[in-house]
Design a protein around this ligand. Structure first.
Ligand code: NAP
Length: 315
């Protein structure tokens, strides 16, 4: 008899088909995150689950899925899963790192450059018929990137890939992480120095109780007035109200966010009305190639765990 699995979002057809060869698949069909009631009632009696970062895999869901052997998330971040509780219940939890590292690091650099060079603001200006003169010495001046100091907060897989890219832009790279990585391409500094010395600060830490709200008012006050903050990790790492105050008051020069405390971002958020911020809708890993690889890996991880093997990536 085939194992029974639940998949909380439709994705790349060929990998769902591959999963169907191995398991009986119950798939959420709508083009929206699976609703909670459906999840709770359909996780019952399943051996495995493929979940998305939009699903809250908390104790209630894990208990409803008594008998689950494996949970595979199609994301590297797993802050939406009570992984400790799952493990305590003998469930193998896996994720999809590595395959999304380059695309997410590219997005970090794209946001950094967009904020530094005011690309999105310029695009708005052109479309709103605000470009009046061919060229002007002081028109829409941004900030130079070459020769500046890039600070990386969390030198994991994505942080390292951002550092590599920054070196190609002749940036000096410093970082703060839980541990000193002793790498040749970047200097390890403490958090305070990271804040005070970075011209560009890119957030690539995972979200956990220590990092939640760690870019708060005090942290933003410690940054340079002409610094730019880029967040490609998880929204709750940054205190958005404090960020608004810092951007409005000129404590920092600009920001670029891919992630928010509430997603989609609340359009009543005052951040949305600022000029000196670039906002992207959680696009870090959103390339055709990466999403295909994430789908493949999420399916492979689940199949391996249900076969009793250790998946390549467990958390
Ligand atoms: P990773 O390799 O696990 O890197 C995370 C880094 O965070 C680690 O180097 C870790 O430091 C550091 N860290 C964790 N807690 C810390 C703390 N309290 N203080 C300082 N550093 C801390 O993960 P990754 O693959 O690079 O992904 C990073 C995060 O990016 C994911 O967790 C996810 O939330 C986010 N992400 C976002 C998108 C997007 O669409 N925007 C896409 C992919 C990933 P140590 O190594 O020293 O322990």
């Amino acid at each position: 008899m085939k194992p029974k699995v639940i998949v909380t979002r439709n994705f790349s057809g060929k990998w769902i088909e591959r999963l169907k060869e191995f398991a009986d698949v119950t798939l959420w069909q709508k083009d929206a995150p699976a609703d909670r009631e459906w999840l709770i009632s359909n996780v019952k009696g399943k051996d495995g689950a493929i979940v998305m970062l939009t699903d809250s895999v908390d104790r209630e869901l894990i208990e409803a899925g008594k008998g689950l052997k494996a949970i595979s998330t199609m994301s590297v971040g797993y802050d939406h899963i009570d992984a400790e509780y799952a493990r305590k219940n003998g469930i193998v939890v896996s994720n999809t790192p590595d395959v999304l590292t380059d695309s997410t690091a590219d997005m970090g650099m794209a946001l950094l450059l967009s904020a530094a060079r005011r690309i999105v603001e310029g695009d708005r200006l052109v479309r709103n018929k605000g470009w009046k003169e061919k060229w002007k010495p002081d028109f829409m001046l941004g900030l130079e990137v070459s020769g500046k100091t890039l600070g990386i907060y969390g030198l994991g897989r994505i942080g390292k890939a951002v550092a590599e890219r920054a070196r190609a832009f002749s940036m000096n790279v410093i970082y703060y992480s839980r541990t000193d990585k002793r790498v040749g391409f970047a200097e390890y500094v403490d958090f305070k120095k990271l804040l005070s010395e970075s011209d560009f600060l890119v957030v690539t830490v995972s979200l956990n109780e220590e990092t939640r709200n760690s870019i708060d008012k005090a942290a933003l006050d410690a940054m340079k007035n002409d610094a730019i903050l880029v967040n490609i990790s998880r929204g709750p790492v940054v205190d958005e109200i404090a960020l608004y105050e810092a951007l409005k008051g000129g404590n920092i020069a600009g920001a670029a966010l891919d992630v928010y405390t509430e997603e989609p971002v609340n359009l009543d958020s005052p951040l949305v009305n600022l000029e000196n911020i670039v906002l992207s809708p959680h696009l870090g890993s959103a390339t055709i190639e990466t999403r295909d690889k994430m789908a493949e890996l999420a399916v492979t991880n689940l199949i391996e765990a249900l076969k009793g093997n250790r998946p390549k990536y467990t958390v």
